[in-house]
Design a protein around this ligand. Structure first.
Ligand code: ADP
Ligand code: NI
Length: 257
């Protein structure tokens, strides 16, 4: 319960009549959880507080999951979401919170993200329907292996999943892949190790491959997995750029350029 809730002035603090006084007494004896009913922060304020919170938590992450990744996902989620019939409040909250505690940095705990998102959203008194929706999105969003279905249950989920996946593509996507590869201590390229199309999340999670293989295990598959037309269009250009990059990479690796 935020302190501000307890300080929030209500019309009952200075009762003017006997009726007001009775109403005030009734309010005071209501269960604590009801106090949140009187503390409805405006949505723009919740978004602002959430972005400040996430920025503070993720700033400086050197493994490609920093605040500016979240910022790009947030911006792209709005761009895509404005073309769709969706609740933009849910879209913005999920975009902002989707990497708040990624399993990759939480010892493999797949529920750490939605737990942290719920805790935060409760602290700013977001309603339960919105919290459940956002948490479900945070749980479902991640890529879990080439052969694993990762379909989102709602249109809002599809929008945020597309925005997150777009940030794994193109020039930014290439930079993030090598940043994450370095963080994991994996090789850039090793022609003796072939890519694997993982058939389970467990297999994907525990795999040790190279960053160049990651393009074949995930990045080049994303274009055809986009949920929305807007994202498909952007992904097509970014995909093309990655293919050109890989062609050049192999020419150089083979001593031909
Ligand atoms: P998602 O957002 O679908 O959960 P990830 O969090 O798995 O995606 O990936 C985030 C970023 O880290 C992406 O840019 C992705 O390419 C990169 N990444 C994830 N796994 C690897 C890996 N094994 N090697 C290189 N980059 C990776
Ligand atoms: Ni992300």
């Amino acid at each position: 319960m935020p302190i501000a809730v307890l300080c929030e002035p209500t019309r009952f603090l200075q009762p003017k009549s006997h009726d007001d006084l009775c109403a005030a007494r009734k309010e005071i004896t209501k269960p604590f959880s009801r106090i949140s009913d009187y503390y409805n922060m405006p949505r723009p304020e919740i978004i602002q507080k959430t972005s400040d919170h996430v920025k503070q938590l993720l700033s400086g992450n050197g493994a490609g999951h920093d605040w500016w990744h979240v910022h790009r996902v947030w911006r792209n989620a709005l761009l895509i979401g404005r073309q769709e019939d969706v609740d933009l409040f849910v879209v913005e909250l999920a975009a902002l919170l989707h990497d708040i505690a990624d399993w990759k940095f939480q010892g493999g705990d797949e529920k750490a993200g939605s737990r942290a998102a719920r805790e935060w959203l409760m602290s700013v008194n977001v309603d339960e329907t919105t919290i459940s929706h956002v948490c479900e999105m945070v749980d479902d969003l991640s890529f879990k292996g080439a052969g694993v279905q990762t379909s989102m249950k709602t249109k809002e989920g599809m929008v945020v999943q597309d925005a997150d996946r777009l940030d794994a593509l193109g020039a930014v996507g290439i930079a993030r892949a090598f940043a994450y590869g370095g963080y994991k201590g994996q090789e850039i390229h090793n022609p003796e190790i072939s890519p694997t199309l993982h058939q389970s999340f467990e297999e994907y999670k525990n795999s040790r491959s190279t960053t160049i293989n990651h393009f074949y295990e995930k990045l080049l598959l994303l274009r055809d997995l986009m949920n929305t037309e807007t994202a498909r269009r952007i992904a097509a250009h970014r995909h093309e750029f990655m293919v050109a990059y890989l062609n050049r990479f192999f020419l150089e690796a083979d001593g031909k350029a």
